[in-house]
Write a new protein. Structure first.
Length: 96
């Protein structure tokens, strides 16, 4: 879980709007509630996106760019993106 103040989308309409705008450019699995249920509780209750919720405008721009970088029209496949993320997380001893 984050150690900074975060806002749930229900607490701030700007956060809800920013999160709704970024979801369409992210892989469909990121918004799938069923796949989220399989995550460990510590991960499921946390959100990397919500860690940016104090600045909804920045959240929207940052995660829109990130989503576009994951696009199927880019040189790396989804599998390669996941392998890079897994390797970096393992090296950083991060549970994500």
């Amino acid at each position: 879980m984050t150690w900074i103040k975060t806002l749930h989308p229900s607490e701030n309409p700007a956060v809800a709007e920013a999160m709704a705008k970024v979801m369409p450019v992210h892989p469909k699995e990121y918004g799938n509630p069923e796949s989220r249920q399989r995550l460990p509780p510590l991960v499921k209750d946390d959100s990397i996106v919500r860690a940016h919720s104090l600045f909804a405008d920045v959240l929207e721009k940052l995660f829109s760019a990130y989503g576009l970088l994951l696009g199927p029209d880019k040189p790396l496949s989804r599998r390669q993106h996941e392998m890079i993320a897994t390797t970096v997380s393992a090296l950083n001893r991060c549970f994500y």
